[in-house]
Design a protein around this ligand. Structure first.
Ligand code: PGA
Length: 234
């Protein structure tokens, strides 16, 4: 992996003014060593024309088309110029009861439509304390990743938005474990991002850990003053 990937997940935050401000802040960034992806709320993706970086969204339908009121298909997302889609984020698993099965269907639709799915996996605090981290992650990867072309984001659910991260040793161990599983599925080389409480102060250290091909950033991707130091960390 030569280019690190820095993906921002705006969740349900921001407005068109914030997109314009970010576009301005990112316009002179040297993209030769880094791929920057802004995963915006769906209605803002039309603004991708003003952004010099890649854009993505945070979900897509598990269906191709049809009578699914309120859903947006992967093909529609691709048509408006987005290239990436976050799939199976822990907030989707938690608040929308998304199962591994549904997540796999969404990832298949994304790949079929030429989008790059960023498939999220990670354990809860209860699972971590019960020593089930690897079991949970392995099941999520085997059941959610349909094939080549995806990106994996390891996001320990207990660390998201919490201001704390696993130790570097833990990140190293889990990323190594994920790389082994992907290898055993014939998917070696699939990029693996770390996500949860990444900020300017810890990004360089996290990205220097083996098998960490980039980061997925939530809160710190909303404002240029927080996001730029993470990009500079590459
Ligand atoms: P955080 O969120 O960086 O605010 O912890 C990460 C995510 O939910 O993708």
């Amino acid at each position: 992996m030569d280019k690190k990937i820095i993906a921002g997940n705006w969740k349900m935050n921001g407005n068109m003014d914030a997109v314009a401000l970010m576009a301005d802040a990112l316009k002179n960034i040297d993209l030769s060593h880094v791929t920057i992806v802004l995963c915006l709320p769906m209605p803002f993706v039309g603004a991708s024309a003003i952004l010099s970086v890649e854009t993505g969204v945070q979900d897509c339908s598990a269906h191709e088309s049809g009578a699914y009121t309120g859903e947006v298909s992967a093909r529609m997302i691709s048509e408006i110029g987005a290239k990436y889609v976050i799939i199976g984020h822990s907030e989707r698993r938690q608040y929308h009861n998304e199962t591994n099965l549904v997540i796999a269907e969404k990832a298949k639709q994304a790949l079929k439509s030429g989008l790059i799915p960023i498939i999220c996996v990670g354990e809860t605090m209860e699972e971590k304390q019960a020593g089930e981290t690897n079991t949970v992650i392995e099941k999520q990867i085997r059941e959610c990743v349909p094939g080549k072309g995806a990106i994996i984001a390891y996001e320990p659910r207990w660390a998201i938005g919490a201001g704390m991260t696993p130790s570097n040793e833990e990140i190293k161990r889990e990323h190594g474990f994920i790389a082994e599983i992907l290898e055993s599925m014939g998917l070696g080389g699939t990029p693996i991002l770390y996500g949860a409480s990444v900020k300017g102060g810890n990004a360089a250290e996290i990205m220097s850990i083996p098998n960490v091909d980039g980061v997925l950033v939530g809160g710190a991707s909303l404002k240029a003053e927080d996001f730029l130091p993470i990009i500079q960390a590459v």
